[in-house]
Design a protein around this ligand. Structure first.
Ligand code: NAG
Ligand code: NAG
Ligand code: NAG
Length: 811
């Protein structure tokens, strides 16, 4: 963790000093020496970090030392960021006379910065931090660290993998017998009346492949045909009856049913029962931990199952045999034992020799066999190590894996952590940080790839000077983690791109093990009256609060004042007090959003938000009660992502949005109350994603006009334009110059249902669209008559014959 932090910090420092001398800018003059010294201290430390990171797993002293180092580095990062922000602010305030965009790192070219007091403050802090770091640097001598071996840069490391077709290997090795047994049990038609309570527990230690096996059976065609209703629920720890019942009920709903579910257990159980009565029902409870009989009995599954058709079954996966005992189902229990070395090898090979069969005979096979012995029959270990050595080109490198010291670690209890550690150490520093960040999500959480990428970007995990675009680099990181089996269960969208994934439970345990206090997840106790208690030290950097009611929110966040991420999941909070906001000064990432299932109750964002100068990501989507954003939002000069999509009541956006010079992504889909977007957006040179354009009626000077899109050639991704019916639209759309937007991949055009006159206008608009030939997807949406739509589509197909590869029509 420290490694990545420091490599990014060093780049920041380098760019400061560089700009400093080159431009001879009199910035914080007396800080110059300290910055220099800080940097060289840090460089000396960097040389031993690789070794330190490994030693800390077993040596508490080293862990302590690294902790101090991290604290200082984080603080320095904050100070530098403050400094940068100050410069950004000057830049905005002085208007755009001297334009020098846009990465914070090269903003030092901007003219005199004259807030002397503020700079004095920054200089003093840098001085103090440097003193601290000097002590830390001296201490490193005590630990007898080895110097790091030279390693490739992130670029090189990520470039090695070229296969973009990710494999989510669904074949299962060495579980044929268990699979057959399960299938025959599930598909059996019993004809005797003797009603049993049909629970089949699948027991085995973590990483044994319980879930994989269960999934395979659950998705089996015959099983699907055999049962009338199938439900899969992830239980995990703690066992929350209401939550489980809710999950069961919600997955029994039809897709377009939006019945809101109760929070009363009895009501829920009744609802479930009516839905499955007389039906053949298959229920999977994945990852059960509790051995508490009362909790289990509260769920009344026995009663429910008795009302179902015969042969309905519950499958339970668990790491503990006690769970099967508690359920009185030991007789039907399936024990997943270690894989045989042969099966383990087959699994390992399917990852290690993917697309490189010729190697197997070349001496690699023999080393592979040795490595597999270290897997101790654990499928997850075989899979992880197989993915790891896939990156290794020489036998020498394979042997390094085999002979790694990590196999001797005694302090790492979970057997399966050792292969994971090996794989983890092999990651480039920035990729490590990206992986660890995933500890902010609860277990079994479905990660949305694009969302994840924006989060990484909001934490500045990338080296600031990557030549390739940051987003692309992050995509590579994601792929790199997926290829190494840290992610799994991929889901793709219609175009075949990976959109969602999950982490294996054990991988989640593992990242939590590595991040310890830094990432903290707290779930409020349902119905409890006391407030959520925050951990009592300042080490928390990322905090996730789950299920918190307004009156359970802590009154003070002073304990977490170094926090960089705050996420509220499934919580019902209407606002957050100005006082609390002022205690979160380091915040980079703020997620107050709701989702389709549980909308956010947020109805006010206090103006103090403008004081969170480090903020880069703010997600307020699905806040159906939010009417406005304070103007102070426009003081967030570092803000890169603002998501207010599906805030249906939002009436307008702040006028001064042109000040958000770092804004890259603005999401406003579903803001039906919004009449127009503020004019200033047109001048945002960094803006890449604007998902929805509201074409406003009349001549409002404050409104962004279609013609303003003309200069926004940097737009990428998907854009949709909603016309409200304006006679000048066709000429405006020409000015929008869609033909120059070569990075735009999807375009949607939405028309109102209009009269005869207007429909003519629609055709004119479609004619005038003329998008770039790179466009991959085009959709025309209209509520008008069918034959009108047909004529529009005809127009479209003539015009875009050579450019788009697919199109659809939406109503
Ligand atoms: C949800 O149901 C209500 C009626 O219960 C309906 O008015 C509303 O349109 C539905 N919403 C969606 C998104 O289907
Ligand atoms: C904001 O949160 C919503 C709901 O969870 C999510 O779907 C969306 O991707 C997030 N937006 C961004 C920009 O990450
Ligand atoms: C933000 O919160 C929403 C709603 O609780 C959730 O769906 C989403 O995944 C969260 N995003 C992140 C990045 O935590």
């Amino acid at each position: 963790m420290a490694e990545a932090l420091i490599s990014v910090l060093l780049e920041q420092l380098a760019s400061i000093v560089f700009e400093h001398t080159k431009r001879a800018v009199t910035l914080v003059l007396n800080a110059k020496e300290d910055v220099h010294s800080f940097r060289s201290n840090l460089e000396a430390i960097q040389d031993v970090l690789e070794d330190a990171e490994k030693k800390q797993v077993t040596e508490a002293r080293v862990r302590g030392w690294l902790q101090k180092l991290k604290d200082v580095s984080y603080e320095m990062d904050d100070v530098l960021d403050e400094w940068n922000t100050e410069i950004l602010k000057q830049q905005v305030e002085q208007g755009k006379k001297k334009v020098c965009f846009p990465t914070p790192a090269n903003c030092f070219c901007f003219g005199q910065v004259n807030k002397a007091i503020h700079h004095h403050n920054i200089a003093t802090r840098i001085k103090k931090l440097n003193e601290k770091l000097t002590v830390i640097a001296a201490e490193k001598e005590k630990y007898d660290f080895h110097l790091s071996t030279i390693r490739g840069t992130d670029e090189q490391l990520t470039q090695r993998q070229k296969t973009s077709s990710l494999v989510d290997i669904s074949t299962i090795f060495g579980r044929e017998e268990e699979k057959e047994y399960l299938l025959s049990n599930l598909l059996r038609e019993s004809d005797q009346d003797g009603r049993r309570f049909p629970v089949i527990p699948i027991v085995g230690m973590g990483g044994m492949g319980k879930t994989t096996l269960t999934q395979l059976v659950f998705n089996n065609e015959k099983v699907t045909a055999h049962f009338d209703k199938k439900v899969w629920v992830c239980v995990s720890d703690p066992f929350d009856e209401i939550k489980i019942a809710k999950a069961i009920f919600e997955s029994l709903l039809d897709k377009n049913e939006n019945q809101s579910s109760s929070n009363e257990l009895e009501t829920l159980l009744l609802c479930i029962r009516t839905r499955v009565e007389k039906k053949k029902f298959l229920l999977v409870l994945d990852d059960v931990w509790t051995e508490d009989k009362t909790k289990w009995e509260n769920l009344k599954l026995q009663v429910i199952m008795q009302s179902c058709a015969q042969d309905s079954t519950i499958l339970v996966t668990t790491r503990k045999e006690g769970v099967a005992k508690m359920m009185r189902a030991t007789s039907s229990m399936i024990h997943l034992d270690k894989l045989s070395d042969r099966d383990c090898l087959a699994l390992f090979n399917s990852f290690a020799f993917l697309d490189r069969e010729e190697d197997e005979a070349n001496g690699f096979g023999a080393i592979g066999e040795e490595i597999v012995k270290k897997c101790k029959g654990l499928p997850l270990a075989a899979k992880t190590l197989g993915s790891l050595v896939w990156y290794k080109k020489t036998r020498e490198e394979w042997r390094d894996v085999l002979n790694s010291k990590i196999w001797e670690l005694e302090e790492v209890e979970e057997q399966v952590f050792r292969p994971l550690l090996l794989s983890y150490y092999d990651l480039a520093p920035a990729v490590k940080r990206c992986l660890l960040y995933c500890a902010i999500f609860p277990k079994d959480y479905e990660l949305e790839k694009d969302n994840l990428i924006e989060l990484w970007m909001s934490q500045d995990y990338l080296n600031s000077k990557g030549k390739k675009e940051k987003r692309r680099i992050c995509q590579n990181y994601f792929e790199s983690l997926a290829m190494r089996s840290f992610f799994q269960d991929f889901k793709k969208d219609v175009l075949g791109n990976i959109r969602w994934c999950k982490m294996h439970d054990i991988v989640h345990d593992f990242v939590q093990f590595l991040t310890k206090k830094e990432c903290t997840i707290i779930e409020a106790v349902k119905g409890a009256n006391q407030r959520v208690e925050l951990p009592g030290d300042y080490k928390v950097r990322h905090l996730t609060l789950i299920n918190v009611r307004e009156d359970q929110l802590p009154t003070s966040f002073d304990n977490c004042k170094n926090m960089r991420t705050l996420t509220l999941l499934d919580s019902s909070i209407t606002t957050i007090s100005p006082g609390s906001i002022m205690q979160m000064k380091c915040l980079r990432t703020l997620n107050f959003s709701g989702n389709w299932g549980s909308r956010s109750m947020l109805n006010e964002v206090p103006k103090e938000i403008g004081k969170l100068i480090h903020l880069r990501y703010m997600n307020l989507s699905h806040s159906g009660k939010l009417k406005e954003l304070p103007d102070a939002v426009c003081d967030l000069y570092n803000l890169q992502t603002l998501d207010v999509s599906w805030c249906g009541r939002l009436e307008k956006l702040p006028k001064a949005m042109g000040k958000l010079i770092n804004l890259k992504h603005l999401y406003v889909t579903g803001c039906y109350g919004l009449r127009y977007l503020p004019k200033g957006i047109g001048s945002l040179k960094s803006l890449q994603v604007l998902d929805r354009f509201y074409v406003c009626e009349g001549d409002d000077d404050e409104a962004l006009k279609l013609g303003d899109l003309g200069i926004m050639d940097q737009l990428q991704g998907s854009l949709s334009i909603a016309f409200l019916g304006n006679k000048d639209d066709a000429s405006e759309i020409e000015k929008a110059q869609l033909g120059n937007k070569e990075h735009l991949s999807e375009l949607r055009v939405i028309f109102q249902k209009g009269d005869e006159e207007q429909r003519k206008g629609d055709s004119e608009i479609v004619k005038a669209l003329q998008p770039h030939q790179n466009l991959e997807f085009l959709a025309i949406g209209t509520l008008a008559h069918w034959h009108h739509r047909v004529s529009l589509l005809d127009q479209v197909s003539i015009q875009f014959e050579k450019c788009y590869s697919r199109w659809v029509e939406i109503l």
